[in-house]
Design a protein. Sequence first.
Length: 365
Amino acid sequence: MTKKINVKKIMKICLINMVLTMLLLVTVRSHAQEEIIADEIIAVVGKHIILKSNIETQYLQYRMQNGITGSESTIKCSIIENLLYEKLLLFAGDVDSVEVSDNEINQSLDMRLRYYVNQFGSEDKMAEYYHKPLEKIKEELREIVKEQLLSQKVSNEITKGITITPSDVRTFFRKIPKDSIPTINPIVEIDQIVRIPPINKAYKKSVYDRLNSLRERILKGEKFETLAILYSEDPGSTKKGGELGLTKRGSWYLEFEATAFSLKPGEISNIIETEAGYHIIQSIDRRGEYVNVRHILLMVKPSPEDLASAASYIDSIATLIKSDSITFENAVLRFSDDPNKINFGAVVNPNTLSNTFDISELEPA
């Protein structure tokens, strides 16, 4: 039986705990016995800690997304406040044994990484910005995503059944002095209907055959790295001869990962297909749950005709919705190609993993 979360009691315990542990330093000794500060614990909530490095990482993310806006101290105070609230929810989740599955974490992590890489332009630029290898970023981001998913589940449980009326909102804001009400950007929720352009089978086969030809050239003695530089369409690894670097299990597409971990060093894979396109993989090294491989990617892109056909299809659905022939929700379930359409087309914000977006996060139409 699920226990009811006593939020007030948990918050009281946690706040006492935070006061007692605030600003505790974590130190390590160098070989010369010199004391070096490795990191700094800002607060502890139950078994969950907030490190100075956590705040610095989120501050860098804020700067990357918003540019130079606001003072550093104000932004970091806001980050600490949000982290404390998140840790309180996590502590409540510990009490109530709330869990998230590896599949949920992997899906959210993959979505978040794609968003960040797209913002930076490449994996190399992302690693350079954070002064960390991509594998380290993925490892740290995985824990962040897990905690955010857990806190979101607890938050949903706490607020379940609570209804706020427009009258409640008006009453609340009337009690706030006008000069104390901050300016807040509009918050929006987005629902979508997705149409994936069908790929011409003949074109798809031609891409497969091109990659198979490259594979045969490698098997006959040509260097994998050279052909990757010349032909691979993965912008993050092409200049490195297709090499992806030592990467932890759980970081790639399932089909790609299963093949990468099954190969022996030097072995060349058969052609595999993922959402990105067609790949061939060469294993370089494996160390337990980490593996380093090279790959050549050829993307399967829709033709201009395919894109025009998909746009026409979406326009016809929009016409049906505008004429009240079908509701948006039913149109999502009936026509959308989105594998997650069971949520009626709700778009997830990769920054917060919620269904809301600050208007400034959206690109102009």
